[in-house]
Design a protein around this ligand. Structure first.
Ligand SMILES: [Zn+2]
Length: 155
């Protein structure tokens, strides 16, 4: 079902890896080949993802020694390094994450059944947002606009 990856620059991946290396150092861990591959895989996720998605992508990419448990154990490190954040979605069958590293949060549609999200850009929505902020004298935070509902597959 999930085939897309986000197209990111090598620079971006290197910055992410170097951030992660710093986090590993402070935990007395090293950047193994498997962790290197995991970080690259994570930073290329196009929307929300769960651990199973990562395991699947890594297995497809032929990365050796990819197990649910190893990826699971790396998640807190990725969060502490500021590369990803958790999403809290009632009813989702697995813990979901999204990339947080150097990412302006984009508006997205969020399925309240399966937890998948679709990011989009909308000039009209941006204009509306600033128009409303101005009207009520608000300085808005960078939180993304989230439209909840049920996705094509779930409804
Ligand atoms: Zn859905």
């Amino acid at each position: 079902l999930k085939t897309k990856t986000r197209c990111v620059s090598d620079d971006y991946l290197e910055r992410g890896l170097s951030r992660f290396r710093g986090e590993l150092r402070s935990n007395d861990l090293r950047l193994s080949q498997a962790r290197d591959a995991l970080v690259r895989c994570v930073l290329q996720q196009p929307g929300t993802f769960c651990i199973k998605d990562l395991v699947l992508d890594l297995t497809r990419a032929g990365v050796q020694g990819t197990h649910f448990a190893t990826v699971y154990r790396a998640m807190p490190l990725l969060i502490d390094a500021g590369l990803i954040r958790t999403l809290h979605i009632a009813g989702a069958d697995a813990q979901l994450y999204e990339v947080a590293f150097e990412r302006d949060p984009l508006p997205h549609l969020l399925c309240s059944s399966c937890g998948r999200s679709i990011e989009f850009r909308s000039k009209a929505l941006e204009l509306l947002r600033s128009e409303i902020a101005q009207r009520f004298g608000y300085e808005l935070s960078a939180d993304p606009i989230r439209l909840r509902g049920r996705c094509e597959l779930c409804h």
